[in-house]
Design a protein around this ligand. Structure first.
Ligand SMILES: Nc1nc2c(ncn2[C@@H]2O[C@H](COP(=O)(O)OP(=O)(O)O)[C@@H](O)[C@H]2O)c(=O)[nH]1
Ligand SMILES: Nc1ncnc2c1ncn2[C@@H]1O[C@H](COP(=O)(O)OP(=O)(O)O)[C@@H](O)[C@H]1O
Length: 188
């Protein structure tokens, strides 16, 4: 049975980073649509599929959100295409996204909660010169929405408070991909 592994967890816990690392091992990621314009360095089809509002309105999505004046969502066809063609794939979602995926795919979805504490998130954002106020607001919102407690509903929990490689290896072990070697070099 082909499986989509859904990475869940609070903002900045490392969902996108882990998914990006997995793509180096040939594990495809289901990429969201957004109406937000690309930021410098972002690639269409890798970070997001960047589309306009009319196209977004016409695209069949399994879940969507409005955030900061832009729309984001997961395409139904993308989910079905990827699961049909790949034994193992990955997607980063919030709790509602996970619920909608389960409605569509049933037991073909396995969830992995990426565990992190608030202090580590803040340290990482400061270390990378990120917008601390914006992240604080997101963390507060995520706390209120219970995103920090979603380990309770997850099938697996992986800690991402140490080196990224450790978390990636644990996720790959859950995926039963322990012997895979990277197919592309690390990102700069
Ligand atoms: N529900 C849902 N949320 C998404 C999707 N894609 C991105 N998001 C969320 O939208 C928010 C904004 O994302 P982004 O514009 O990349 O901003 P940033 O996370 O602040 O850098 C983040 O909290 C993402 O996790 C999606 O397909 N569905
Ligand atoms: N193990 C790790 N060690 C150090 N920094 C990390 C690690 N995992 C993720 N990060 C960094 O933390 C930040 C948030 O990660 P991201 O993947 O964007 O989170 P999410 O997709 O869950 O919001 C990024 O800047 C990323 O480079």
């Amino acid at each position: 049975m082909n499986i989509v592994y859904a990475l869940i967890g609070p903002p900045a816990c490392g969902k996108s980073t882990i998914a990006r690392e997995l793509s180096r091992y040939g594990v495809p990621e289901i990429v969201s649509y957004t109406t937000r314009p690309p930021r410098p360095g972002e690639q269409d089809g890798v970070d997001y599929r960047f589309i306009d509002k009319d196209t977004f309105a016409k695209t069949e999505l399994i879940e969507k959100i409005a955030y900061s004046g832009h729309f984001y969502g997961l395409g139904k066809k993308d989910v079905l295409n990827i699961i049909e063609k790949n034994p193992v794939s990955v997607v980063g979602v919030d709790r509602n996204g996970l619920e909608q995926l389960k409605k569509l795919l049933g037991q073909r979805v396995i969830s992995i909660f990426i565990l992190i504490d608030e202090g580590t998130v803040i340290d990482r954002v400061i270390a990378q010169g990120g917008d601390l106020a914006a992240v604080r607001a997101k963390i507060d919102y995520a706390k209120a929405a219970g995103e920090f407690d979603n380990w309770q509903i997850a099938d697996h929990v992986v800690k991402n408070t140490g080196p990224l490689e450790n978390a990636v290896r644990q996720v790959m072990a859950i995926m039963k991909l322990v012997d895979l070697q990277p197919v592309t070099p690390p990102q700069q």
